[in-house]
Design a protein around this ligand. Structure first.
Ligand code: PHE
Ligand code: NA
Length: 459
């Protein structure tokens, strides 16, 4: 059996539930929370979008996270091989393991542009530390940002640096140090976010920001906004591409999957909401546009750091922590492909990391150019729904709004309808009511919700 043959002799276990939580939180908390959540919320009108997003986290994301972790723990191997093992053992169609293969591809595409945005964050460490933001007006801050986007050379430099950081860690296969660092750096990021929220309270527009985030006005939410909310729930929790499966394979048997998944989801959500609370008051105080798009945090947070005492210091620290959060997520995005190359192509870890990283970096060049030289190039622009979308926009749309929900849908169907109830009960060991709730949501609610949102949007 090649699956067993390719296993490392002694597959380690997480020392504890806590170690798993650190790794999973490292993957989940990233640019999705601080960069993407605020800007998609701004583009989709605020409160109603946030409400739908929170419902997607609780009713779709959380049950699927539990399902993914469970498959991983049951299989005890890399996602593709865990799926193979479970389908063989239970006499199911081996094609189910394509869930794992699809995840590898999705993660690869996401990392290609994630690295470019990670590069923006690196560049802002320097911009902030040099004191260049102090006392800047919103126009000045806007010019700094558009200057960065207009400059392919600088974007390439930081994209390359970010990708190299990811490859370095994946190639060395030592994650332990980084995961322990999560324990210090995530709380630090949290504290700095709270500080920016504190600043936001002094702008005199805090309640406007709160209202924008939490007062639902469904007139502002389109059907495509619902798809974005669903897709973002998958993106932010690192779901739909077998990452949580990979982590689950290390989870000790006596740990509660439900409690663990809840902790990770809650932490991720809190960070995203704090980012929203930090950013929107600044948007309104400065007459900026909530729907400004992917540049939103780079046009708002610098204003806060430009005005607060010791802003250069706290600003640089904030962007360093953001880079770190993006780094731990980036690692989890490259890992599946590297593992797959190792297992299927028999490459050693260093070579497969470099090959995967270089390929991903090369695809990232398309996203870099989408921001400047190719900014008017909309490859699928003749379709109404893709009008004006650059390559960067298309890759984001394809992964977050199509591939991730599809991957999650398949996981829900596989676990909900094809695995035996008895086996699931054993693996989850929850109360009877909790189990029944989870199982029914996974069997009925999740597939129907994802299918309905798809059908509304793609027809
Ligand atoms: N969840 C990460 C974030 O919010 C991004 C990510 C997506 C990481 C998918 C891994 C897999 O930034
Ligand atoms: Na996230």
């Amino acid at each position: 059996d090649s699956a067993a043959g390719s296993l490392p002799a002694n597959r380690g276990r997480w020392s504890s539930r806590f170690a798993f939580i650190l790794a999973a939180t490292g993957s989940a908390v990233g640019l999705g929370n601080i960069w993407k959540f605020p800007y998609v919320t701004g583009e989709n009108g605020g409160g109603a979008f946030v409400l739908v997003y929170l419902m997607c986290i609780a009713a779709v994301g959380l049950p699927i996270m539990m399902a993914e972790v469970m498959i991983g723990r049951r299989g005890g191997r890399s996602p593709v091989n865990s799926m193979r093992l479970i389908t063989e053992r239970d006499g199911l169609n081996p094609a189910w393991r394509l869930i794992g293969v699809m995840g590898v591809l999705t993660a690869f595409i996401i990392l290609s542009f994630y690295s470019v945005i990670g590069g923006w964050a690196i560049s802002y460490v320097g911009v902030t530390a040099s004191g260049g933001l102090a006392g800047q007006s919103s126009e000045g801050i806007g010019e700094i940002f558009s200057g960065l986007l207009a400059d392919p050379g600088t974007l390439m430099l930081w994209h390359t640096v970010f990708m190299a950081m990811v490859v370095l860690v994946v190639a060395r296969g030592v994650r332990a140090g980084l995961e322990r660092a999560v324990k210090i750096l995530m709380p630090a990021l949290f504290v700095l976010l709270v500080m920016v929220v504190g600043y936001a309270m002094t702008t005199g527009h805090f309640s406007e920001g709160v209202a924008f985030l939490f007062e639902p006005n469904f007139a502002n939410l389109s059907t495509s906004g619902v798809l974005v909310a669903l897709g973002h729930a998958f993106f932010t929790l690192s779901l739909g591409m077998a990452i949580m499966m990979a982590y689950g394979s290390y989870l000790p048997k006596n740990v509660s999957i439900a409690k663990t998944a809840i902790s990770v989801s809650v932490m991720d959500t809190v960070v995203a909401l704090l980012a929203g609370l930090a950013i929107f008051p600044i948007v309104f105080a400065n007459g900026l546009e909530p729907g400004a798009g992917p540049g939103l945090i780079f046009q708002t947070l610098p204003l806060a750091f430009g005005q607060m005492p010791m802003g250069s210091f706290f600003g640089a620290l904030f962007f360093i922590l953001l880079v770190f959060a993006a780094w731990t997520s980036g690692i989890s995005l490259l890992e599946p492909l590297v593992e797959w190359l190792e297992e299927q192509k028999g490459m050693n870890r260093t070579i497969s990391s470099v090959v995967a990283g270089v390929a991903c970096w090369a695809l990232g060049i398309a996203s870099v150019l989408s921001l400047n030289l190719w900014s008017d190039f909309a490859p699928l622009g003749s379709f109404a729904m893709f009008e004006g979308k650059t390559i960067f926009d298309l890759l984001d749309f394809l992964t977050a709004n199509i591939l991730l929900p599809l991957g999650g849908l398949l996981v829900a169907i596989f676990v909900g309808w094809f695995l035996s109830r008895q086996a699931l009960e054993n693996e989850l060991s929850m109360s009877a009511r909790g189990f029944a709730l989870w199982h029914n949501v996974l069997r009925y609610f999740t597939p129907v919700a994802v299918a309905v949102v798809f059908i509304y949007n793609l027809t």
